[in-house]
Write a protein that binds this ligand. Structure first.
Ligand SMILES: Cc1cc2nc3c(=O)[nH]c(=O)nc-3n(C[C@H](O)[C@H](O)[C@H](O)COP(=O)(O)OP(=O)(O)OC[C@H]3O[C@@H](n4cnc5c(N)ncnc54)[C@H](O)[C@@H]3O)c2cc1C
Length: 558
């Protein structure tokens, strides 16, 4: 089965459900008109289908390897990376002043989905670069911007993000890496970082690490953290590569999936770095990168759902097994009601995830273009949902995809198993989905519920005439009010079911809008509303149960 970019679906969603044309009406993004969007998506599809998709399996069976201190990536990856860089795809959303295209996030997100479906491991590299470019542009000095941004945007250099240490994963504030000022304004950075994606490789000539570390005497926790640019090779002012910095790859991890992406343990030994932003402002600067990356990782999850769906549909249309009682079927397993249920769940959930991710991206674009605080709050509320629901969908749809393949799903040749293994990390990195849900019920309801209520009001407008959506909207409104009055651990206890209930309800809201424009979409909308969304009242009940029951059982083996 060959991956095909879902261009018709993307265009329909952007044009008829999410009204992406609003973005091109702003002076900031006037260039992103319908023709430009179509041309860009068409080009991305060609690159993905013809050049990147054939690399996906090579990355899985020939993982990146560390030999004599040098990381060699999977066969074809350096060429694939160059093709992505030369197409300008790394700098799509970056400022034109530094060599980017200045395109809106919704378009970048569509392209990122296409590239990630084709080859998730390889596409993680440009995704990290995009986040790094955004963080440097927002927080670094003009001199650092001038030196680093054009090279990162062109792909000549690539970027990484270094938060995690052995004792500091979800709790970034526990990190221990140190940065000591040098006499010339630079810093000596020392520490060990683990799980660094694309921490070293042979695709770009320099690798720029963004590293979180503490200055001497800095307070504990996140307040004492600063951010540093630490290049593998130290460039001169003109960007020519100089001496190798004092850092090295200790080892590469052996992983469940995502084999083509080198995941490195990095050691910094008094490496020369330059501070980005203010002393103690490291988390704020890193959050610029992480917010971009959270939406980006949600899109990664979506990309794997789309890939799993395409594989399962193709398989189900060709595999003959048993006979279905229906008249006029194809004679293939596609006719069986249970197989169709799996495929309908896969399709409905994938479309819901795409709509949430792109709605989030459009809100970011409108907030950015118009300086609109309400849009910013809307985007902020949608971000943990895009990440967690997008990636849960990736994992769940990939799992169903294996099931549709039967035994062949467990055999590596079909590729269904790789999607299942590759998708799994997306629910973990960039803040686990549990952490995302807690962000939703904690920080994102911290505006007194304004952003949540605004979204619930939007849903309510679509719900006129749909008893299912009305029921979910009412249950969700009650759960939201309960959350706002509950203490933090009670909220945390119900955070995941609350996030899922919200995402499924939003999915129904988008599906109804789609069906109102195109009658052919009504059956899928009905399935979403009557079946997937029937879980919402139950999820809302779970969300409001509080924490006590979770502590009543000691959990330890009896
Ligand atoms: C393949 C791969 C690539 C990665 N790439 C990068 C990278 O490029 N850069 C980088 O810096 N890091 C990277 N990471 C690290 C990744 O972001 C972390 O693994 C992730 O944030 C979780 O941290 P942890 O592994 O320490 O798990 P832990 O924080 O130990 O979490 C374990 C469990 O406890 C839960 N938990 C922890 N704290 C809380 C809390 N306060 N409340 C509720 N539940 C909690 C979590 O949800 C999880 O279920 C990568 C990891 C992998 C595996």
């Amino acid at each position: 089965m060959t991956y095909r970019a879902p261009l018709t679906e993307m265009h329909f969603l952007l044009d008829h459900v999410l009204n992406a044309a609003r973005v091109a009406k702003t002076p900031r993004f006037a260039e992103a008109d319908a023709d430009t969007v179509a041309a860009i998506l068409g080009e991305a599809a060609k690159l993905a289908e013809n050049q990147l998709a054939p690399l996906n399996r090579a990355g899985d069976v020939h993982p990146a390897r560390l030999e004599n201190g040098i990381v060699h990536t999977s066969p074809g990856f350096p060429e694939g990376y160059r093709a992505i860089a030369e197409g300008g795809w790394i700098g799509m959303a970056a400022a034109e002043a530094h060599g980017g295209m200045g395109m809106p996030m919704f378009l970048t997100s569509c392209v990122n989905e296409i590239l990630a479906s084709a080859c998730l491991s390889l596409s993680l590299n440009p995704l990290m670069c995009q986040g790094q470019v955004e963080a440097i542009d927002a927080h670094a000095s003009e001199a650092l911007k001038a030196l680093y941004l054009p090279k990162l945007i062109s792909g000549q250099w690539s970027g990484t993000m270094n938060l995690t240490e052995a004792q500091a994963g979800s709790d970034v504030g526990a990190l221990a890496s140190k940065a000591v000022p040098n006499d010339d304004g630079s810093y000596a950075v020392t520490g060990q970082k683990i799980f660094i994606s694309w921490g070293d490789h042979d695709c770009a000539e320099n690798i720029v690490h963004l590293v979180l570390a503490r200055l001497p005497g800095a307070p504990g926790g996140t307040k004492g953290i600063s951010l540093f640019i630490v290049p593998k090779f130290i460039p001169d002012e003109a960007g020519n590569l100089g001496v190798a910095n004092s850092l090295h790859v200790v080892s590469l991890e052996h992983k469940m999936g995502l084999h083509g992406s080198p995941t490195a343990v990095m050691s910094y030994e008094g490496a020369t770095g330059w501070m980005v932003g203010e002393a103690g402002g490291g988390m704020a600067a890193m959050f610029t990168m992480m917010n971009n990356a959270r939406l980006g990782v949600g899109i990664q999850g979506l990309s794997q759902a789309e890939l799993a769906l395409q594989k399962a549909l193709a398989f189900a249309a060709e595999r003959k097994q048993g006979r279905s009682p229906i008249a006029g079927g194809t004679g293939m397993i596609l006719d069986h009601a249970d197989v169709r249920r799996n495929l309908m769940v896969m399709k409905a959930q994938t479309q819901a995830a795409r709509a949430i991710c792109l709605d989030c991206a459009i809100s970011l674009d409108l907030a950015h273009a118009n300086g609109d605080d309400a849009m910013q709050a809307r985007a902020a509320f949608l971000t943990p949902m895009a990440k967690a629901f997008g990636t849960d969908t990736g994992c769940e749809v990939a799992n169903l995809g294996v099931q549709v393949h039967g035994g062949m799903g467990y055999i590596e040749e079909t590729g269904a198993a790789q999607v299942y293994r590759d998708a799994r990390i997306t629910a973990i990195y960039e803040g686990t989905n549990g952490i995302q849900a807690m962000d939703l019920v904690g920080r994102k309801l911290g505006d007194g519920g304004a952003a949540a209520r605004a979204l619930l009001a939007e849903i309510s407008e679509t719900a006129d005439g749909s008893p299912e959506l009305q029921t979910s909207q009412t249950a969700l409104t009650k759960a939201t009010e309960w959350m706002l009055g509950a203490d933090m651990n009670d909220r945390a206890a119900g955070a995941q079911p609350y996030l899922r209930a919200f995402a499924l309800t939003l999915g129904g809201h988008y599906a109804l809008k789609a069906a109102a424009v195109d009658a052919a979409r009504k059956p899928l909308a009905d399935f979403h509303l009557r079946q997937l969304m029937s879980a919402v009242p139950g999820l809302c009940k779970m969300a409001c149960e509080g924490a006590a029951a979770l502590y009543a059982d000691p959990l330890a083996a009896s």
